[in-house]
Structure formats: C-alpha cells, structure tokens
Ligand binder design. Structure first.
Ligand code: ATP
Length: 294
C-alpha cells in the first residue's frame, strides 16, 4: 500500500523548546488516523512538518513520496490549520472560488458549500460569520481541490453538537470514497467516532500507535464504581491504581477487577450498586500521559 505521509526520526526545536523528539509515523493511502494528545504535545508541529509549512530540525518527512515543501507533492493535499485567517471582507462564495482557482480540478462550488452546510451562507462576508461557521468554512476549504489526503487540525473546535456530527459525516464520506485523513483532536469521542487507528502524542513523543481498542488494552484498566462509607484509601488494596470520590460514589481503577472485588468482600467492606466497566479512551489517554510525565 502506498505511503501518503511519513515521518522518520523527526525532531523539531523552537529555540530551547523541543516540540518533537524522534517521531516516526507512516500514513498509508486510504487510512484515517487520529492524532491524540494534550495541549503542547506536538500535534500541530507534526502536521506542519508533514504538510510542508515547517522544516524539521532533524530526521525526514515525506508527503506523497517526496519533500512536502515541493509543490509537486502538494497537489493532492488539503489542509485545515488550527488557526485560519479568513479575509473578513470577502464573501464565503468568493473565498471558496479563490481557493478553488488554485487547483486544476476543483470540486463544484455548490457541492462543496452543500457538503459542509454552508449553502445559505454563500453571500455572507466571512467577517460576519460566527466562530463555528468560520471553522466549517476553513475545513471545507481543505476539500476544495479534490485532495487525496487531508490534514485537519482540530476540525471541530468551537462547533456545536449538530455541526460536529455533520462535519464527521463529511469526513466519513471523504474517507469512504478512498480519501486519506489525518486529524488531530482533543475530543476523544471524535477520534473514537472516526478513526480506528490512533496515535497518542505527549511531550513530543509517540506513546502509542495502535487501534483504539489496543490503546485501551495497553492500559488495560477496569473501572469499578460503588457506593461505600469506607474511603478505601487506607486499606492498602493490592492493584489499586487510583480512588476518586464523586458525591457518595467511589471510582477505583485497577488492572484486575475480579480480584479487587474479592478483596473488598474478604475484608467485609460494605458497598452497594457495584459497577465494573472498561476504561474509556479518555481514561486510557490520561493514564498513558500521566506515566510519561512521571
Ligand atoms: N512557533 C513556535 N515557537 C516556539 N515554540 C513553539 C512554536 N510552535 C510550537 N511551539 C512549542 O512546541 C510544543 C508543541 O506545540 P504544538 O502546537 O505542536 O502542540 P499541540 O499538540 O498541537 O498542542 P495544542 O493541542 O495545544 O494545539 C509546545 O511546547 C509549543 O509551545
């Protein structure tokens, strides 16, 4: 399978700040990859390197088989950066035409506007759009040139639930038609909703590159919730990773829920309304990044 984007041992320094420490990543044609990480993890920096807007300090980056800074390798690329400066006095339709004009075979204006729910806004000046409408336009522009690969940096930031769903649908449609997608997000449900492969970045390093299920499995924690008057913290329970109290509920994280429940029963700890479930991706992610910081 063709590799659409690749980073090999990539480092990036900004003065004394090391944004990326030897990152390896391969994105194959037709993949949909989620880049997940906390603020400052290096997601935008990595996207900038792969899309040719920045140069690596060390290592190699490749886009469509060559240098991302070479226009020949960028012909099939679409990008939505995290911050988009739209010319305030231009109308939505004009901005779309302006961007379409840069491509040999752009998507029809009406189709693009329609796909991103912007049809009614075509004659509005971008300066008068709401934050969410601007965001939708910025994401739509990434698709104007009929790209084969798009990089979407936090595409749904500032969107309400409905607009986010619609945008997910547009991204899914693009992917279902064979498009390659790399998206960054803080919204873990977003990665879960769209991607099967997730790359977890923290402090400039790849902590995990696997399926959503495996990233959860990697942490392998179970969450036990129960109501109990006993705080549990002084019981010295084997395998207890953390205890959190929320109102009268206690939430425990442990790799072996069966064993933990047996230990509670053996010690005659009173409890009721016991629930056991796998940890969410969000919890897995916090555990992974917590380990890295320790
Ligand atoms: N132009 C720059 N000059 C100096 N430092 C920078 C620059 N761009 C990024 N950095 C630093 O590099 C690190 C990684 O930043 P980056 O924006 O890639 O993270 P991110 O994962 O995209 O974060 P966020 O989720 O907040 O967007 C941070 O410490 C950031 O402060």
């Amino acid at each position: 399978m063709m590799i659409h984007a690749r980073a090999q041992g990539v480092t990036k320094h900004f003065g004394g700040t090391v944004a990326l420490h030897g990152v390896d990543l391969e994105v194959r044609a037709g993949e949909l990859v989620g880049l997940l990480g906390p603020n400052g993890a290096g997601k935008s920096t990595l996207v900038g390197l792969l899309t040719g807007s920045r140069r690596p300090s060390g290592g190699r980056v490749e886009l469509c088989g060559g240098d991302p800074r070479d226009p020949r390798n960028r012909r099939t690329l679409g990008v939505t950066p995290q911050e988009t400066g739209l010319p305030a006095s231009l109308r939505v339709g004009e901005v779309v035409d302006f961007v379409r004009a840069h491509f040999p075979n752009p998507i029809a204006k009406a189709e693009l506007l329609d796909r991103f729910g912007l049809g009614d806004l075509a004659r509005r000046q971008t300066g008068g759009l709401s934050g969410g409408q601007k965001r939708r336009l910025a994401v739509a522009l990434a698709f104007a040139g009929r790209p084969e690969i798009v990089f979407l940096d936090e595409p749904t930031t500032g969107l309400d639930v409905g607009a986010r769903r619609d945008l997910w649908e547009a991204i899914r449609t693009f992917h279902a038609d064979g498009g390659t997608v790399v998206l960054t997000s803080h919204y873990l449900e977003e990665i879960e909703a769209l991607a099967r492969r997730v790359v977890v970045l923290a402090n400039g390093r790849v902590l995990a590159d696997d399926s959503v299920e495996s990233v959860r499995g990697l942490v392998g924690l179970r969450r036990i919730s129960l109501t109990s008057p006993v705080p549990l913290t002084d019981l010295d329970l084997d395998g207890l990773v953390s205890v959190e109290r929320a109102g009268d509920r206690l939430h425990l994280l442990t790799p072996d829920a069966d064993r933990m429940v047996r230990a509670l029963v053996e010690r005659n700890v009173p409890f009721r309304d016991l629930e056991v479930r796998p940890t969410s991706l969000e919890e897995a992610f916090l555990t992974l990044t917590g380990k890295e910081q320790r």
